[in-house]
Design a protein around this ligand. Structure first.
Ligand SMILES: Nc1ncnc2c1ncn2[C@@H]1O[C@H](COP(=O)(O)OP(=O)(O)O)[C@@H](O)[C@H]1O
Ligand SMILES: [Mg+2]
Length: 415
């Protein structure tokens, strides 16, 4: 009896509110990003001053985990409150272009958020954009659209997405321009396709996000710990270790990345709970690091065939027990997996594109083969997570997605 009671009382005495560690949670304060927020407000001041009749374009750049998304979302929430207070009808729409990769999906999302009562079916993206514009005009509204992870737009689709969005606003020169844009991307080179004036505005309004230093990470972790954990549960040494590890010069993939730091903290806490520890200690951090941290969110956002390819990589690596496998080996595995889930395998060039995309988001790494291989071939490895863990997670997610496809198919058959 005593044991049961002790178990209940001691278990889960660490994490008070797990939701505060989820990647989509935006904390009320963003230490060391006050200046970035201020700069964004300065850029958009004119929109509020002209009661939404002028538009702005801004760009946020920096490596993963430097707070770009958090700052944009926090800005969006605050600016809406302020605008409402000033009697201006303003909408803030945050679009993740990694998830919604085509102009079609983006404009559909915009209609959903700005004017859900309008029909979406049967219109081209351009017609939808025009409808949104007319709607904003007739309702004297303004919309700030954030295109987050914009790196995924241009190189892939071949359509000049951002250009189309911006041009639509520019073409209506004689009318108030009611759509503002915030572009978020890792690099500024996504701008190369845009016209000169747009590029120069965007470069002028670019806010750079530098990787966090050890002390900055410590402040971020401490603030989050107060929201998430019971008091005194995370040891100072554990916080110090995470901040130092993530900001260390030898840390190649995630240097200064707050998401990675928070992920390590969350994982260390989980390990501590599993071991029935009463505090999160450096040892738990080391164990967390050894387990690797690839986020489930990253995997879920992938397209079905990217998931299948990633699963092929994990499977082939586990079977072969090597650090790298060849493109051919991945494709063999992929074809088998497609058969298993009754999917048509994609062609070689498309598979290659998917591999590049997986590399872009940092799940896999690739290199060209050296000696020991006939000819030159692309070698593929997993960046930072054990193959087995990825495999398990992917099998769950893919099965789920394919089942949904089947149910949807049946529903359509009935109509
Ligand atoms: N200054 C900060 N204060 C508190 N949390 C932060 C800060 N910067 C980033 N984070 C957190 O770190 C994670 C990654 O930040 P995010 O804004 O998604 O980075 P990015 O968009 O640049 O990749 C999120 O969970 C976010 O809440
Ligand atoms: Mg982001």
């Amino acid at each position: 009896m005593y044991k049961i009671i002790e178990d209940v009382f001691t278990l889960k005495r660490l994490i008070k509110d797990e939701s505060k560690l989820l990647p989509e949670y935006v904390p009320p304060s963003l230490p060391h990003r006050e200046e970035h927020l201020r700069r964004l407000a300065e850029i958009f001041k004119i929109v509020i001053e002209t009661k939404g009749k002028t538009f702005q374009k801004a760009m946020l750049t920096g490596e993963t985990g430097t707070g770009k998304t958090a700052v944009a979302k926090r800005f969006g929430q605050s600016v809406i409150d302020y605008a409402t207070h000033k009697g201006l009808k303003l909408k803030y729409i945050h679009i993740n272009c990694h998830k919604d990769r085509t102009l079609f999906l983006i404009t559909r999302k915009m209609v959903q958020e700005i004017c859900p009562e309008l029909p979406k079916r049967g219109f081209s993206p351009f017609e939808l954009l025009a409808m949104i514009h007319d709607y904003l005009n007739s309702h004297t509204m303004h919309a700030i659209i954030t295109l987050d992870e914009a790196d995924f737009l241009i190189p892939k689709s071949g359509e000049d997405l951002i250009y189309d969005l911006i041009r639509l606003a520019d073409e209506k020169l004689n009318e108030p321009q009611r759509i503002s844009i915030i572009l978020i991307s890792r690099k500024t080179n996504i701008l190369y396709e845009l016209d000169k004036t747009t590029v120069s505005t965007l470069l002028h309004n670019t806010i750079r996000f530098e990787p966090y230093t050890s002390t900055q990470l410590r402040d971020i972790l401490n603030a989050r710990i107060i929201e998430t954990f019971y008091p005194g549960v995370v040891s100072e040494e554990a916080i110090e270790l995470i901040s130092d590890m993530v900001s260390a010069p030898y840390e190649s993939g995630h240097r200064g990345d707050a998401r990675y730091a928070l992920g390590l903290l969350w994982k260390a806490a989980k390990i501590a709970e599993r071991l029935n520890a009463i505090r999160v200690l450096p040892e738990h951090v080391r164990m967390a690091r050894a387990e690797g941290t690839i986020s489930i969110e990253d995997i879920q956002n992938l397209q079905l065939h990217e998931k299948l390819i990633l699963l092929s990589v994990a499977k082939a690596l586990r079977k072969k027990q090597t650090a790298y496998i060849t493109m051919g080996e991945v494709e063999d595995e992929y074809i088998q997996l497609c058969a298993l889930w009754s999917q048509d395998p994609r062609k070689h060039t498309q598979v290659y594109m998917y591999i590049q995309n997986l590399k872009n988001i940092g799940v896999i790494n690739t290199k060209i083969s050296g000696s020991g291989y006939r000819g030159k071939t692309t070698l593929i490895g997993l960046v930072d997570a054990p193959a087995e863990a990825i495999e398990k997670e992917l099998i769950k997610i893919i099965t789920n997605e394919v089942n949904k496809q089947v149910t949807r198919g049946r529903r359509l058959d009935k109509h």
